[in-house]
Design a protein around this ligand. Structure first.
Ligand SMILES: Cc1cc2nc3c(=O)[nH]c(=O)nc-3n(C[C@H](O)[C@H](O)[C@H](O)COP(=O)(O)OP(=O)(O)OC[C@H]3O[C@@H](n4cnc5c(N)ncnc54)[C@H](O)[C@@H]3O)c2cc1C
Length: 593
């Protein structure tokens, strides 16, 4: 792959992006040998072990990611942040933290409530099951660590997920430090995702390696004659044909193999399918002339269709990477892999020989997803604050000028206010790891970001603006969650570790100090690597970008299947949801053919 195609070629489907969703859709559409499918992916087929060995997942594999940085975020001290996106065959699934979980039923029901028929939890559940397969840990590990799970919550799909047999000894204390905390305790996160529970990783138990959209959906079918993957190749533009009355049909793409080779074209007789992800799908649409006309004009891109929804409603989870100095960790620990060369060496040999030990586990297998009332006694005040706000005051300027965008946000706000006042949807997240690192996240932001074009180089990386904390409620929630997590680290369940907060730091006590200190110490991050929403699935009256059939409004034969379509970000790491969305998308696309 990656070789130049000199002659224009026609396929039934051209898929832009061979990442998480792109490869799922490619697999399903090419099940019919009569249908031809071309996938074009900017990244390479990477066979390195940095990502495939689970124990390496603590850090970022930046070589397999884009080097794109955000616009300065006004409420985060005008800092720019890395926008984490995979640039590799497999996309995010190849570089992610391998957490595998889902949002609450209410998180998906919200999508249906926004007017998307067929996108509630009961509609999506079969597609979660269609995509995954779960392997439990050994009986001994299950017993020793008090792990609970329910196999029937998973299916028999291509993506292999598991809780590894090996667990760091401290995971037992760290996980069970939650036993007496007054929050729901869930036997299985895929059945009841609100509460504290054991959670799998996208690790194939049979090989003890990372399971990705490539390993699960592409490698096994690489020999299909009707499927072609062009890797290391950039899609530059979507090609449209205009009929006499001006209607636009997507007919193909322009692309260039990386390395200064010649630009060429490929044509799609049925559909061009965008799977370039939450950051680059909005970019490609705008660069191709589909987007808010003022954004396009400012960058000198000629407007083919004015679609204000492109690059609007952009969302992510907000993270606070808290850290505690702790004492008395077992000699077998994640930090010991970095500090003890002998332990590292024997662990690595154990992994290579027996596929077990510290290198066979990912970041961790414990998650806490909690409703606002579980961590904020003043939650009712927060709900009234949300309800009494003049929404447009806390949104990007474009919302004040666009009634549909504002109507869409107001509908989302109603749903969020309902979630914030109840206990059936999570607002906050705490990741349980067997050491002093304690990442927490506000999973239900009210602030909305934008993706726009670089005015001098519209073909270059887009301008990603998260707008973190534009709505002050988002900071209130983060403060409450930070205090709650502090309290947990000071509780008897963790007393044996004598934890001392190092990040953001105990010197920050008032609400204002907690936010300022978290920004200054660098613990606060605008993204949990879940950029989404920039081409949202919503009715047109709500300023949507694609319909519940995933077609871009006002255009023919152009669909979107990636994280851009998420209208409201669910409280979960996104990948399991992306696999389900892609499975459903493939069915929708097959049906209309
Ligand atoms: C560092 C990191 C950690 C994460 N951790 C977790 C986790 O622990 N658990 C979890 O559930 N989720 C996690 N996620 C999120 C999850 O992986 C993503 O939400 C998911 O992969 C998104 O799928 P997608 O198909 O929308 O986009 P992607 O998987 O990003 O696929 C988009 C693909 O399109 C390609 N592309 C873009 N533009 C072009 C172009 N113009 N031409 C050709 N190709 C193009 C990209 O190279 C990419 O491969 C993480 C993500 C990252 C980046």
């Amino acid at each position: 792959s990656g070789e130049a195609i000199d002659i224009a070629t026609t396929y039934d489907y051209v898929i832009v992006g061979g990442g998480t969703t792109g490869l799922v859709v490619a697999n399903r559409l090419s099940e019919d040998p009569e249908k031809t499918v071309l996938v074009i992916e900017n990244g390479i087929l990477n066979n390195g072990t940095l990502s495939s060995i689970p124990g390496n997942s603590g850090g970022l594999n930046t070589a397999a990611m884009y080097d794109i940085y955000s616009a300065p975020v006004p409420n985060l001290g005008n800092q720019s942040f890395l926008v984490t996106v995979g640039n590799v065959v497999g996309g995010g699934s190849y570089v992610n933290g391998m957490q595998f979980d889902r949002g609450a039923d209410a998180d998906y029901d919200a999508w249906a409530e926004l007017g998307n028929k067929g996108w509630g939890w009961q509609d999506l559940k079969p597609y979660f099951m269609k995509s995954n397969h779960f392997d439990p840990p050994s009986k001994e590990t299950t017993k020793e660590f008090g792990i609970t799970y329910d196999r029937t919550a998973y299916g028999s799909g291509p993506l292999k997920v598991s809780i590894p047999d090996y667990q760091f000894p401290d995971m037992k204390t760290m996980f069970h430090s939650w036993d007496k905390v007054d929050i729901p305790h869930s036997k299985e996160g895929f059945v009841q995702p609100v509460g504290v529970y054991w959670s799998p990783n996208s690790i194939d138990k049979a090989t003890a390696t990372r399971s990705t959209s490539r390993s699960a959906y592409y490698d096994p079918i690489v020999s299909r004659k009707n499927l072609k993957l062009l890797s290391n190749t950039h899609v530059d533009e979507i090609l449209f044909e205009q009929n006499r009355v001006g209607a636009l049909t997507a007919v193909g793409v322009k692309f260039t193999p990386n390395g200064g080779k010649k630009q060429t074209q490929a044509f799609a007789s049925k559909e061009v399918i965008l799977a370039a992800g939450g950051v680059f799908t909005p970019h490609l649409l705008m660069y191709s002339g589909i987007g808010p006309k003022d954004v396009l004009k400012a960058a000198g891109v000629s407007v083919k269709k004015d679609v204000p929804a492109v690059g609007s409603n952009f969302q992510d989870h907000i993270a606070n990477y808290m850290n505690f100095d702790i004492q008395g960790l077992s000699s077998e620990s994640m930090p010991a892999l970095n500090t003890n060369a002998t332990f590292n060496q024997t662990s690595y040999e154990e992994y290579i020989k027996y596929k077990t030990g510290p290198y066979s586990v990912g970041k961790a297998n414990g998650l806490v997803f909690i409703a606002l009332q579980h961590f904020d006694a003043g939650f009712k005040k927060t709900v009234s604050k949300i309800r009494s706000q003049v929404a447009s005051k806390f949104l990007p300027e474009r919302y004040a000028q666009n009634k549909k965008l504002l109507a869409g946000f107001n509908k989302q706000r109603d749903i969020l206010a309902k979630q914030f006042s109840g206990d059936n949807a999570a607002v906050g997240e705490i990741v349980i790891q067997p050491w002093g690192f304690s990442g927490i996240a506000n999973n239900k932001p009210l602030s909305r970001g934008t993706i726009t074009l670089n005015n001098t180089h519209p073909e270059a990386y887009p301008i990603v603006q998260w707008n973190t904390f534009q709505n002050p409620v988002d900071a209130d929630v983060m403060v409450a969650l930070t205090k709650f997590n502090r309290k947990h680290w000071a509780s008897s369940g963790l007393a044996q570790y004598k934890p001392v907060e190092t990040s953001p730091g105990p010197q920050y006590q008032t609400d204002v100090e907690i936010i300022q200190g978290s920004i200054e110490s660098g613990s606060l991050q605008p993204s949990f690597a879940h950029p989404s929403g920039g081409c949202s699935m919503m009715p047109e009256k709500y300023g949507g970008c694609v319909s519940d059939q995933l077609l871009v409004y006002g255009l023919k034969q152009l669909s979107v299947v990636d994280a851009s379509i998420i209208p409201m970000i669910p409280a979960t790491h996104l990948q399991a949801t992306m696999y389900a969305i892609a499975e459903k998308a493939a069915d929708i696309i097959k049906k209309r053919a």
